[in-house]
Write a protein that binds this ligand. Structure first.
Ligand SMILES: [Zn+2]
Length: 130
């Protein structure tokens, strides 16, 4: 928990709310809270992950479709989840913020839904599903 800002010029501890250093009147950097969407690069959709995920979904679905028809969606969905886990495993979650973790979770779910939607549409187009 950081409740103080250290002045970059004189190293004096200042209140987090302080805009100028009370010792040397140096302007302190205002730490903006990262916004949930937009400027925050962590919240962007990554098309590369969706395309690779969709390929995994389609390929695993097409393979398993011939072995166990009833479980093809289930298994390929699981394969996609495993892929997403590895794709986002190294995603940076700066500071142990619960909010950030929630954003990352939301992002993974969003990617998963996009992959499954794209995968199912492609499978229909290829004539695998009926
Ligand atoms: Zn200062």
């Amino acid at each position: 928990m950081v409740s103080t800002i250290i002045c970059p010029r004189c190293k004096t501890k200042n209140s987090k709310k302080a805009k100028v250093c009370y010792n040397c009147k140096n302007t302190l950097k205002v730490h903006k809270k990262p916004s949930i969407l937009g400027s925050n690069p962590e919240s962007r959709i990554e098309p590369k992950i969706i395309i690779i995920g969709a390929l995994i979904f389609i390929i695993s679905n097409a393979i398993i479709l011939n072995i166990a028809y009833d479980y093809s969606i289930l298994v390929s969905g699981f394969a996609t989840m495993v892929y997403l886990y590895y794709a986002f495993k190294d995603s940076q979650v700066p500071t142990a913020s619960k909010n950030k973790t929630r954003i990352l979770g939301f992002k993974i779910i969003l990617h998963y839904l996009a992959i499954v939607a794209l995968g199912i549409i492609t499978l229909f187009a290829l004539g695998y599903a009926n």
